[in-house]
Write a protein that binds this ligand. Sequence first.
Ligand code: GLY
Ligand code: MN
Ligand code: MN
Length: 438
Amino acid sequence: MSPQGRSLYAEHIAARQRTTEAALAECGYDALVLSSGAPFTYFADDQEPPFHENGHFAHWVPLRGPHHVLVVRPGTRPRLVRVAPEDYWYEQAPLGSPFWADDFDLQEVGTTDAAWKLGLTGKRVAYIGDETARALAAGIAAEHHNPASLVARLDWERAYKSEYEVACMEEAEKMASWGHRAALAAFDSGASELEIHHAYLAAVRCTEAELPYGTIIGHDEKSAILHYTGKRTKRDGRVLLIDAGARHLGYCSDITRTWTRKDCDSRFPLLARGMDKLQLELCAKVVPGLPYPDLHAAAHVLIGDLLHELGVLKVRGEEAFDEGLTSPFFPHGLGHFLGIQVHDVGGRQKDPTGGILPPPPKSPFLRTTRKIEEHQVFTIEPGCYFIEMLLRPHRNGPKAHCFDWKQIDELAEFGGVRIEDNVHVTAAGQVNLTRPHI
Ligand code: GLY
Ligand code: MN
Ligand code: MN
């Protein structure tokens, strides 16, 4: 890590210490214990899914693996206990000198039991994590495990990214862009969904387990399945929707592109190009103070206008949105917070104490109902799909005449379009973290 990166990290830790101290004081605690978490096994099996560290722990330190313990107390350096068991079944890489080590009182132990010797007798201690039996055995009463008021305050803070976090996410954007370029080249040469997936991983130079989420790679009609996980071996798709990210030091990118080939119906590339244009218009509207649901509503109107321009809808965007005619084409939220988790925490929080701002009734899947503020990072991901399950009720509904059903039926075999970028909110507006790369 460069000296500049090192100093950004020191500032990040200072901010974590400051905000955690304030949250502990407000909630009446003297100390916070975090653990990176315990792996779990599938039922009646000895196999584990890929391990993801507790996000609250990862917010402090990019130390990978289970069972590490972090103790935060006001006025003292955070104490980090790394569990490094003697175990010949798995590689035991020495810690070395990671860039973050100087910011902690760092201790290495050989067992999880040793990590939980907390030395906090007489203190009011909160624990956040999934190793609650360990916390109980260490003397932290169950009522202080994952206390809602403290978790809400920390979740709230996680929405404001430090410069260190944004730098990590920029790196994750760059890594994902290598994969997206390779995916496009593979698609252009006729590669199957499975081959494109492998091209993506090879270019990002990581395993599937290291990705923030499983790649969504759909040809043609499968591009209309929002979370499509199949990987067909059939080649020569005419449309490719690829939604895939990468991770750097725990931080995610989440990028979608939709590409078309020459033998695609000529109307579909118009839809894809129109979506790209309106996605950029939406990014340009991002400004501190704007409620995110307003941006979501603007996306509906722009998508309605695009469908009207193409003749798929016979009414303009405003009317289409008011009448609920854009929802079957755009059934998901415009975006979500991004950070340690791909769908990062706090997007629906009303205030630091934990109240919830529900999504608008017409958009129950909108994950971000909070006001846009400086330092947030979120996705902007409008989409338009031909999903028969959602269109069917309109075929004989009171507004059936507002749709061009012939066009819809002709375009359905090409699936759908989504364009997704990651945006960092600044005092003046926003910086698009994705577009410089892909
Ligand atoms: N990749 C999942 C999403 O865009 O939310
Ligand atoms: Mn997303
Ligand atoms: Mn995505």
